[in-house]
Design a protein around this ligand. Structure first.
Ligand SMILES: Cc1cc2nc3c(=O)[nH]c(=O)nc-3n(C[C@H](O)[C@H](O)[C@H](O)COP(=O)(O)OP(=O)(O)OC[C@H]3O[C@@H](n4cnc5c(N)ncnc54)[C@H](O)[C@@H]3O)c2cc1C
Ligand SMILES: *[C@@H]1O[C@H](CO)[C@@H](O)[C@H](O)[C@H]1NC(C)=O
Ligand SMILES: *[C@@H]1O[C@H](CO)[C@@H](O)[C@H](O)[C@H]1NC(C)=O
Ligand SMILES: *[C@@H]1O[C@H](CO)[C@@H](O)[C@H](O)[C@H]1NC(C)=O
Ligand SMILES: *[C@@H]1O[C@H](CO)[C@@H](O)[C@H](O)[C@H]1NC(C)=O
Ligand SMILES: *[C@@H]1O[C@H](CO)[C@@H](O)[C@H](O)[C@H]1NC(C)=O
Length: 510
C-alpha cells in the first residue's frame, strides 16, 4: 500500500460524490444546494479519516536491509569524493554541510556563481529555520537584518471571506530564539549563505561547473561525472565520486537523464518584487481567486519593506501552466483584493517564473545514488513550499549516507533508508496535501468556511492554521474535535447565508 493508493481511494470517494447520477441530481437542484456542502463536509471528514488510517498502516511496514554485492574496492582510494552533488542550492548545500561535518569528502558542483538569484516566494518555514540555525546562517541573517519575520497575515477565501491576524505577541516570545512561523529572505542572499556555510564546514564548492552527464561503473562502485566550465564549454572537468546526488532543482535533468524521473514539472509559479509604495500593511497574505484554484496568489513582505507578489499554478484544476502570465497580470488589476493590495500603479518587477515539481517522486534512491530537493519533487502540493523540505530531506539523506558509509554498504537496499526517512517525515503529508488541494478545488466553500471560522476564533487559531499550512503540525489537525466539526458547522452557516442573504458584499482588506 502506498501514497498512490491513498490518493486513488480518496479521489474515488470524491468521484462517487460528484459523479454519481443521483447525487448529481441533488447537487443540481437549486433548492437543496446545501446537500452539496453537507456532502463536501462529510467527504472531507471521510477522506481525512481514510488517509490517516492508511498512512498509519503504511508506516508500520517492516524494514529490512539486504547487504549485497556492490564492491567496496574504492573505499581506499583517496582521489575520489565520497559524495558529489549536482547543484548547490538549499538541498545540495545542506547535504554538503552535514556530510562534511561528519568528515566525509564532498563536492558541490554548481553551474552558477554565488550570489545567484532563484525565483521563489522567499518564505522560509520553521523546519528550514531550525537547520539554518544549526548551520549558523540564521544568526547571520538576523544580525545583518536580511530577513523579515512574518507577524501579521492571513488569507482571503474564494468568495472573499478574509481574516488577517496578528501574532506579534507569540512572535515577541519566539524572537528571543530567532524563531517564527515564516521568515522571508531573498534567495539571492539565502542560497549564498547556505552554500558558504557548507564550504566553511569543509565541502568543496565548485562554482562555474555545469554537470553534463555521469556514468556509474559497477565493477568499481565509482561515478564518473563529466562537467564543463559554465563560461567556456570546451573546458572539460571530470570528478569521481562513490555516491552521486541529484540536487539540480525542479527540471530534474540529471534524474531524468539517468531514468529515475520521467515527467515534466507539474506546476509553475511566478514572482515579481514590488516596491512598497502602496497601502498594504501586512507581512503575508494568501489570496484564493476562484479561477486559480487549487493554486493561489500571495504577497509576502521581505526585509526593508519590499513585497513579493506570486501566483502558484498547482495541478488538478482547470488552469494550465500556460495561463500563468495571463492570470498573474489579470489579478494585479482585476482581483478586488490583490489589486487593492498592490495599488493602482505598483512599482513592480517584470514577471519571472520557474517550475514546481510537487508531491515527491516514487523512488529517490538506487545503488550509490540519491535524488534530493526539488529534483525529487519535495514541494508541498497544498502550499507550494519547498525550501524546508529540500533542507530537511537533505539532512535525512545525510543520516542515511553516514550510516551507509559506516556500514560500507552503498547499495540501494541500504540507501532505501533515505526514502523511508523522508516518507515518514513529510512524504505521507504530501499525499494528504495533494488530496486536500483537490478537495479545495472541488469544494472551495471549505476555505470560505475556514476563513469565517478563523475570524471568529482569532489569532491563536490562525497561528495553528498557519502551523498546519507550513508543515509544523500534521494535517490531521483538521480532524480534531475542536476543529473539524467547527469547519463543518461553518460550512452549514455559509450555505445558510448564501440561501437567505443572497450575494455577498465584497469587503476589502483595510
Ligand atoms: C516562483 C516560486 C516560488 C516559490 N516559493 C516558495 C516559498 O515561498 N517558500 C518555499 O519554501 N519554497 C518556495 N518555492 C520552492 C523552492 O524554490 C524550492 O523548493 C527550492 O529552491 C528547492 O531547492 P533545491 O536546492 O532542491 O533546488 P534549487 O534551489 O533549484 O537549486 C538547484 C541548483 O542546481 C544547480 N544546477 C542545475 N543544473 C545543474 C547542472 N547541470 N550542473 C550543476 N548545477 C546545476 C542550479 O544552478 C541551482 O543552483 C518556490 C518555487 C518557485 C518556482
Ligand atoms: C565491504 O567491506 C566490508 C568491511 O570490510 C565487508 O564486510 C564486506 O563484505 C565488503 N563487501 C564486499 C561486497 O566486498
Ligand atoms: C566563473 O567564471 C567567470 C568567467 O570565466 C570568472 O570571471 C569567475 O571568476 C569564475 N568564478 C568562479 C567562482 O570560479
Ligand atoms: C558527457 O559530457 C561530456 C562533456 O563533459 C561530453 O564530452 C560527452 O560527449 C558526454 N557524453 C554523452 C554520452 O552525452
Ligand atoms: C510600507 O509598509 C509599512 C508597513 O511596514 C506601512 O506602514 C507603510 O504605510 C507602507 N507604505 C509606504 C509607502 O511606505
Ligand atoms: C509606485 O511607483 C510607481 C513607479 O515609481 C509609480 O508609477 C506609482 O504611481 C506609485 N504608486 C503609488 C500608489 O504611489
Amino acid at each position: 500500500m502506498d501514497s498512490k493508493y491513498i490518493q486513488k481511494t480518496l479521489s474515488a470517494i470524491t468521484e462517487q460524490i460528484t459523479k454519481n447520477a443521483a447525487v448529481q441530481k441533488v447537487l443540481d437542484n437549486k433548492f437543496v444546494k446545501e446537500h452539496k456542502y453537507a456532502a463536501a463536509a462529510a467527504t472531507v471528514g471521510l477522506g481525512v479519516v481514510a488517509a490517516t488510517t492508511i498512512v498509519k498502516a503504511v508506516n508500520c511496514e517492516g524494514k529490512r536491509y539486504n547487504y549485497d554485492a556492490i564492491p567496496n574496492l574504492s573505499f581506499d582510494d583517496e582521489s575520489i569524493y565520497d559524495v558529489a552533488t549536482i547543484g548547490a542550492g538549499p538541498s545540495g548545500s545542506v547535504l554538503g554541510y552535514y556530510l562534511a561535518r561528519e568528515g566525509r569528502k564532498v563536492a558541490l558542483l554548481e553551474k552558477k556563481v554565488f550570489p545567484r538569484d532563484k525565483y521563489c516566494g522567499d518564505a522560509v518555514a520553521t523546519m528550514a529555520q531550525d537547520i539554518l540555525r544549526e548551520m549558523g546562517v540564521m544568526k547571520e541573517l538576523v544580525d545583518e537584518d536580511l530577513g523579515h519575520f512574518a507577524q501579521n497575515g492571513g488569507f482571503v477565501s474564494p468568495n472573499g471571506n478574509s481574516f488577517i491576524g496578528n501574532s506579534a505577541k507569540e512572535l515577541k516570545r519566539d524572537a528571543k530564539y530567532n524563531r517564527g512561523a515564516v521568515i522571508a529572505v531573498k534567495r539571492i542572499v539565502l542560497d549564498e549563505k547556505v552554500a558558504k556555510a557548507a564550504k566553511r564546514m569543509g565541502a568543496d564548492l565548485k562554482e562555474n561547473t555545469t554537470v553534463e552527464n555521469a556514468t556509474f561503473d559497477r565493477s568499481t562502485g565509482v561515478w564518473t561525472i563529466n562537467c564543463v566550465d559554465s563560461e567556456d564549454n570546451t573546458k572539460k572537468i571530470v570528478y569521481r565520486a562513490r555516491v552521486l546526488v541529484c540536487a539540480d532543482g525542479s527540471p530534474s535533468n540529471a534524474a531524468r537523464q539517468l531514468g529515475y524521473v520521467h515527467t515534466e514539472p507539474n506546476g509553475i509559479c511566478s514572482r515579481a518584487y514590488v516596491k512598497n509604495n502602496t497601502t498594504f500593511r501586512y507581512d503575508g497574505v494568501v489570496f484564493y481567486p476562484p479561477s486559480l484554484l487549487p493554486g493561489y496568489c500571495a504577497i509576502i513582505r521581505e526585509a526593508r519593506d519590499e513585497l513579493n507578489y506570486l501566483a502558484y499554478i498547482i495541478p488538478g484544476g482547470k488552469v494550465t501552466n500556460d495561463d500563468l502570465s495571463k492570470y498573474h497580470h489579470q489579478y494585479m488589476t482585476e482581483d478586488p483584493f490583490i489589486s487593492a493590495a498592490l495599488g493602482p500603479n505598483p512599482d513592480i518587477e517584470r514577471m519571472k517564473a520557474a517550475p514546481l515539481r510537487l508531491g515527491g517522486i516514487k523512488k529517490s534512491y538506487d545503488d550509490h545514488l540519491l535524488i534530493v530537493g526539488d529534483a525529487a519533487g519535495f514541494i508541498d502540493p497544498l502550499t507550494g513550499e519547498g525550501i524546508q523540505y529540500a533542507m530537511e530531506g537533505s539532512r535525512l539523506a545525510s543520516l542515511a549516507l553516514i550510516q551507509a558509509f559506516n556500514e560500507r554498504d552503498l547499495s540501494h537496499q541500504s540507501l532505501k533508508r533515505y526514502q523511508d526517512f523522508w516518507m515518514a517525515k513529510f512524504g505521507h503529508e504530501f499525499s494528504m496535501s495533494m488530496t486536500m488541494s483537490l478537495f479545495l478545488y472541488r469544494f472551495p466553500i471549505v476555505l470560505d468556511a475556514a476563513a469565517s471560522l478563523i475570524e471568529k476564533r482569532g489569532s491563536r487559531f490562525l497561528a495553528e492554521w498557519a502551523a498546519v499550512m507550513t508543515g509544523v503540525k500534521p494535517k490531521t489537525w483538521f480532524l480534531r474535535p475542536d476543529v473539524g466539526p467547527l469547519i463543518v458547522l461553518e460550512i452549514f452557516g455559509e450555505c445558510f447565508r448564501r440561501v437567505f442573504q443572497g450575494k455577498k458584499q465584497i469587503k476589502k482588506l483595510d
